[in-house]
Design a protein around this ligand. Structure first.
Ligand code: SF4
Length: 449
């Protein structure tokens, strides 16, 4: 460690969707690493500590070191020549880079998808179908007196969610913090989050939809048979009690996680949560929010939605965007053996997709942008080593409540950022696509003459 220490205040941790922007980073300027991240949780501290600068080449083609320009040229050629190119990842990069990725996919008439399709994709479908009663986490902190977590374990996945936003912080209308709130946890198992709950509800696995629908009925004053307990594992009395609490709170919030969206019922479960929140607004102020995982997965949803009208799983092959999860989502296109090139941005599908999808992915040329060496980057045709968003580069990310936050860089990286590389690929793709159109027009004119 040197004496040359720089302090970066109000920096942002982009490890999870909480996107905590109160970090105080101590940076060893000479060694280019963060030696202390004040206010970070255990996950955030690991995130800052592991992002050091190594000696890796900026770009590789088939494992051979090349210049950045050569790698951009090869990437553009590969994408333009492909008949069914896909773009995937995007949840761990800036909105500025995401925007370039959408433009590239549009020019090459490809298919763009984000990690949303393997986490809150069902919620994305439900938002489109039902709508969303929403709020910022700041409003939750200042107003919520009933907080329900359903199908998640924030104590381990989002360690500061309780302390910074929803359980213990003192707010304008909840001045005594947790003492002014009722915390309800709905989960099939006990987790490290359980001790925080005032009321712990443990349904049978896969029965979330039935419980949510029963709650909707109770909110509307309908009768529910007592055998609901045999079906769901939750006594009618518990559901009646929760219904009264939801109707009579001043500001209620229901946070839902992948335990709800990725189990039996999927988008029906998410839709039921959103519909329940809407029903409750007849009686009080009630919102429902997904708890998002990756640092800028919410930004990916927003940027892809601004540009195409849909949040993920979007295909441009007909020259206009089409949305069809199950057909245009990456696990599905790969499992069906359709893509012939892939642009992967800050994601490692080769280590976490289903086996069939991984086997196919490894057979096609991949262009991979990643700040680390991963299973996916090692199998790439073109691999770019990038700087890390929020540590080496600035830009915009969206917190899980759709609040945009500007990042502060802690130290410089010798590697380019995603936006720079993607802008270079986009520029070259545009030139190649235009040249191809010109050639097609010239041929058509020659035949006509
Ligand atoms: S809660 Fe998430 S964003 Fe906040 S410090 Fe921990 S890992 Fe980082």
């Amino acid at each position: 460690m040197t004496e040359n220490i720089k302090i970066v205040e109000n920096a942002t941790c982009t490890f999870c969707g909480c996107v905590c922007d109160d970090m105080i980073l101590h940076v060893d300027v000479d060694e280019k690493r963060i030696i202390k991240a004040k206010n970070a949780c255990i996950l955030g501290r690991a995130w800052f500590a592991e992002h050091t600068i190594d000696e890796a080449p900026v770009a590789l083609i088939d494992g051979q070191e090349v210049t950045l320009e050569a790698a951009i040229e090869e990437s553009a050629q590969t994408l333009v020549q492909a008949k069914f190119p896909i773009t995937y990842g995007l949840s761990d990069t800036t909105c500025e880079a995401q925007r370039q990725a959408v433009a590239i996919t549009d020019y090459i008439k490809g298919t763009i998808d984000t990690t949303t399709s393997v986490c809150h994709g069902p919620s994305g479908l439900a938002f489109q179908g039902i709508g969303e009663s929403t709020s910022t986490l700041g409003e939750v902190k200042n107003r919520a007196d009933l907080v329900i977590y359903w199908g998640g374990n924030p104590a381990e996945s989002h360690p500061r969610h309780f302390g910074r936003y929803a359980v213990t912080p003192k707010g304008m209308f909840v001045p005594n913090g947790k003492r002014d709130r009722t915390i309800v946890l709905v989960d099939v198992r006990k987790t490290k989050s359980s001790p925080v709950a005032d009321i712990l509800i443990r349904p049978k696995p896969g029965k979330d939809f039935e419980i949510l629908w029963a709650l909707r009925a109770l909110v509307k004053g309908r009768k529910i048979a007592a055998d609901i307990e045999q079906i769901t594992g939750v006594p009618l009395q518990t559901l009646q009690d929760l219904t009264e609490r939801m109707k009579n709170c001043r500001f209620g919030v229901l946070f839902f996680g992948m335990g709800l969206t990725m189990t039996r019922g999927r988008h029906f479960n998410s839709g039921a949560v959103l519909a329940l929140a809407t029903d409750l607004n007849e009686f009080t102020h009630f919102v429902a929010k997904p708890v998002r995982g990756h640092g800028n997965v919410t930004g990916a949803d927003n940027v892809v939605s601004w540009q195409t009208g849909y949040p993920f799983g979007v295909n441009f092959s007909r020259g206009y965007p089409r949305f069809n999860p199950g057909e245009f989502t990456t696990v599905d296109t790969l499992s069906n053996g359709e893509p012939d090139a892939a642009l992967i941005i800050s994601s490692d599908p080769a280590s976490n997709f289903p086996k069939k999808a991984i086997e196919y992915l490894r057979q096609i040329p991949m262009i991979v942008l990643d700040p680390k060496c991963t299973e996916t980057s090692q199998a790439a045709h073109v691999a770019f080593r990038t700087s890390t968003y929020g540590i080496n580069t600035t830009g915009t990310v969206y917190r899980m409540d759709d609040v945009p936050i500007t990042l502060r860089a802690a130290f410089e990286s010798p590697f380019p950022d995603d936006e720079t590389i993607l802008t270079g690929i986009k520029k070259r793709v545009m030139e190649l696509v235009r040249a191809r159109h010109q050639a097609t027009l010239s041929n058509a004119n020659a035949i006509a003459v």
